[in-house]
Design a protein around this ligand. Structure first.
Ligand code: IMP
Length: 180
């Protein structure tokens, strides 16, 4: 049985989501055409559900499924589902966490929108392997910790937790066991 240590409480997450919502409202408040919120499944599902209720401008939801790590494959075996045609649209990519940046890089390279900005709840800058733009950033992890909860999983577990918690070192997955 894995042991968990709470890193960010539900209250801290709620404050962070509210702050991101304010930043987006400030920058997108004057739009007239609906903005597309491109939710990167499955991890960003919970974040997106809370964030969208903070927004005061017209928006639509689109989803993309990305799997950056799968059991038995290397971290580079990134799989991204087919994307809706967002040509000419204003898009905000909603990520749960940016780690190596490879998932985001792949998603951005496949987008031909009029404008694309990135909003991530969590950032692990020390793990970055490719440079990616982040316009709206929630919480920054300083330590190299594997976290779960609030939509983030370990082998599909723990997504339902209201807090974000660290899996203690004895239960840390290796690179090949991380799943998106
Ligand atoms: P990247 O392509 O390495 O930036 O990976 C991004 C994806 O990896 C995220 O959307 C998550 O699904 C997953 N991921 C990275 N770090 C963690 C973590 O600490 N906990 C859970 N999932 C993670």
């Amino acid at each position: 049985m894995a042991s968990l240590r709470i890193l960010y409480s539900a209250a801290v997450i709620a404050q962070t989501v509210a702050r991101l919502g304010q930043e987006l409202n400030r920058d997108y408040g004057a739009v007239t055409e609906p903005v597309v919120l491109l939710v990167v499944l499955k991890g960003a599902l919970v974040f997106a559900a809370d964030l969208i209720r903070q927004l005061h401008f017209p928006c639509e939801i689109a989803c993309i499924q990305a799997s950056s790590y799968r059991q038995g494959t290397s971290p580079d075996a990134l799989q991204v589902s087919e994307m809706a045609d967002l040509t000419g649209r204003t898009v905000i990519v909603l990520e749960d966490i940016v780690d190596t940046g490879l998932t985001l890089q792949r998603i951005l390279s496949g987008l031909s929108a009029r404008s694309v900005q990135v909003c991530t709840l969590l950032d692990k800058p020390h793990r970055r392997r490719v440079a990616v733009p982040i316009h709206y950033r929630g919480l920054v992890l300083i330590e190299d910790e594997f976290i779960v909860g609030y939509g983030l999983d370990y082998a599909e577990r723990y997504r339902e937790l209201p807090d974000i918690a660290v899996l203690v070192p004895s239960s840390l997955p290796n690179e090949e066991e991380r799943s998106a």
